[in-house]
Write a protein that binds this ligand. Structure first.
Ligand code: 5AD
Ligand code: SF4
Ligand code: FES
Length: 350
């Protein structure tokens, strides 16, 4: 039965939900090894050897939402809040460009201090000043705001749907609606954005079937990018005391995401590196991932963007992360892309 599934993967045939679910339960070393080798081959065949770097700028840790798992949720009064102004963002983008990054990811909690006008002006100035692709990851906004930001030059948008199980989604997100989130992701694609989404692995209440459905959903949505990282319990949230997701399960999800979605951009996530600082990202890059997102946020803010505890790099300047990441990628024999690293699903940026 397992051999049949491996043969299907080798023949580039589509796996069923039950098959994906079964493959997620593999635990024997030799069987996992066979799965991982196949994921690595699919990665090579569809997106090549190059690893794309994205400079991550954490703009603000203010958030109007209260997602149960998240350390910067509105009700966490224990963390000081910060917000970068446009001037500081522009300086940080210039630094990222100087380090050779051809994409910047502007990420924040849902911070309405950044009005549509401020965001438009930010994106315009970034595109004027620097030769970089701009990815936004700032949560849910009215449709017209996404339109304006695309016109201003934003290339990509990241927003995880977190789980494809509507009941679980509801339990985790007291102030978001599953249908709304999925509708936004559809609009973004229609507007011309390259769209990234993804899920957390091991969030309390999640089943193998949920994860299998998540992976099929990545494919159905025709996503350009898919980020999956382990859930990491934050003690200042309602989920305090719950177990973390595991490195092993996350790697299986990365591998199957590659096998099922084939030509997407898949990051080796910071959350995975947090659970396995020594070689978590290298492992992910060897089982399907092809992107890394080094942090370029000014060091004084790093510790405050605490989605989960013990996040790596909180004391490391952008230059250090660049050196660290470059070394890690070279150590596994992979070349670093000098290009924007646009979606493989289209030929030109816009
Ligand atoms: N553990 C792991 N990932 C988390 N995120 C938020 N909180 C946590 C946590 N406790 C992830 C969510 C969100 C992304 C920006 O960070 O998936 O979409
Ligand atoms: Fe806010 Fe995002 Fe955290 Fe939810 S996951 S509380 S929207 S920053
Ligand atoms: Fe920041 Fe390694 S990526 S120190």
């Amino acid at each position: 039965m397992l051999q049949e599934m491996f043969d299907k993967i080798d023949a580039d045939a589509d796996l069923t939900k039950d098959e994906i679910s079964y493959l997620l339960t593999l635990e024997k070393e030799d069987e996992l090894e066979q799965l991982y080798q196949r994921a690595d081959q699919v990665r090579k065949r569809y997106v090549g050897e190059e690893v794309h770097l994205r400079g991550l700028i954490e703009l603000s840790n203010y958030c109007r939402k209260n997602c149960l798992y998240c350390g910067i949720r509105r009700d966490n009064r224990a963390i000081p809040r910060y917000r970068m102004d446009v001037e500081e963002v522009l300086e940080t983008v210039a630094l990222a460009e100087g380090l050779g990054y051809r994409t910047v990811v502007l990420q924040s909690g849902e911070d309405l201090h950044y009005t549509a006008d401020i965001l438009v002006s930010m994106v315009r100035q970034v595109k004027q000043q620097s030769d970089v692709a701009v990815t936004l990851s700032i949560g849910e906004r009215p449709r017209h705001v996404y339109e304006k930001l695309f016109e201003a030059g934003a290339d990509r948008y990241l927003m995880r749907f977190e789980t494809s199980n509507p009941d679980l989604y509801k339990r985790l997100h007291p102030d978001s609606r599953y249908e709304e989130r999925m509708a936004i992701l559809t609009w973004l694609k229609e507007m011309g954005y390259q769209v990234g989404s993804g899920v957390m692995v091991g969030v309390p209440g999640q089943t193998f079937d949920d994860l299998a459905q998540d992976i099929l959903t990545f494919k159905e949505m025709d996503l350009d990018m898919v980020g999956v990282g382990p859930y990491i319990c934050h003690e200042a949230t309602p989920l305090a005391g719950s177990p973390n997701g595991t490195v092993e399960m996350t790697l299986k999800v990365v591998a199957l995401t590659r096998i099922v979605t084939r030509d997407t951009n898949i990051p080796a996530t910071t959350a995975l590196a947090t659970l396995r600082p020594l070689d978590g990202r290298e492992k992910a890059l060897q089982v399907g991932a092809n992107v890394v997102m080094p942090n370029v946020t000014p060091v004084k803010y790093r510790a405050l963007y605490e989605l989960y505890p013990d996040k790596i790099c909180i004391g490391d300047a952008a230059e250090q992360c660049q050196g660290c990441i470059t070394g890690r990628i070279m150590s596994i024999g992979r070349p670093i892309s000098q290009d924007y690293g646009h979606s493989f699903k289209r030929n030109t940026a816009k």
